[in-house]
Design a protein around this ligand. Sequence first.
Ligand code: HEC
Ligand code: HEC
Length: 291
Amino acid sequence: MEQRKSLLYGALGLALLFGAIWLFAHPSVPVDAELPTSQAAIDRGAYLVIAGGCISCHRGEEEAETLSGGLGLETDFGTFYAPNITPDIESGIGKWDAQDFLLALQHGRTPSGNYYYPVFPYRAYAGLTQQDVLDIGAYLMSLEPVSYQAPAAQTPFWLARWTVVGWKLLADFSQPAAEHFDDGLLARGAYLARNLGHCSECHTPRNGLGIPDSSREYAGAELGEETIEAIDAEALQAWTTNNFDLFLLIGLKPDGEFAGGDMNEVIEHNTSKLTDEDRDALAAYFTRHNQ
Ligand code: HEC
Ligand code: HEC
């Protein structure tokens, strides 16, 4: 009897150990991936960085000209400063290779295997194609290095980096169901909305742990003082695809009002600079229920 019990405990212990190893293990990224250096890849990367809204966070406190970081992002869990992502060797990402970019953007892991705080919207970027991540890397590495060290995150004492492992596990359980679109335009729109444009990061409500409630995707949220409108099918009943397109271009809503707050930034730095095809794709995706 005793022996059985210790066997059982042994097995349980092993299961826990393997679970822990599995959680902490380095995610596998292709070792043979390399950062492209062609001008075409760099140009593609530049566009993807616009579509990904990277400048909204990775700019300085004052200007939005370089990706040298420093802007303080206030959340319910502390203040986070987006780091310098220009290729400065000391203060930026000058030593990064293809694997570092894949780990960071697709897995939220630092080059040494630690965890990034999810204020860096890597759960959205996780769905980026490998090609897109590598082209983004190629573009960032082509930038003029800026020497600037962003401040460290100010978090409550219990919020160490490694605790993000638990958060990620819980967040995995509430991933939105993969939606498949046969229509190429809608598929592109979904990729731009869910992945590159990370619209959900602001527009989907979160639970007390800050995990987006994917069963209410785009149902609106509170972000600090700001109320973020719903942009789900119900909320957009009166919007045509053209209305949505115009909103993404100049911020004008069908009721004649203009967008305010953080959405202005999204429009200025991101959606207004998309190609017409990509803006059409986003508009078609969000208003598909009205067609
Ligand atoms: C909502 C704000 C936000 C957006 C948008 C954003 N980031 Fe970040 N990013 C952050 C924060 C905050 C961190 C630091 C997280 C931490 O300290 O754990 C970060 C970290 C990073 C890092 C790691 C840098 C390092 O030195 O370790 C890279 C690379 C990065 N972001 C690239 C990007 C790219 C590329 C985009 C656009 C596709 C992007 N980010 C969009 C907020 C953002
Ligand atoms: C950084 C947070 C943030 C992100 C990211 C964001 N939004 Fe917004 N959005 C807002 C806020 C805040 C408002 C409310 C603006 C206002 O008060 O006028 C808003 C408003 C809107 C509205 C107007 C809704 C209405 O009924 O008035 C639309 C449409 C919209 N966003 C679409 C998008 C799309 C599409 C994306 C992704 C490409 C996106 N948003 C990404 C913060 C964000």
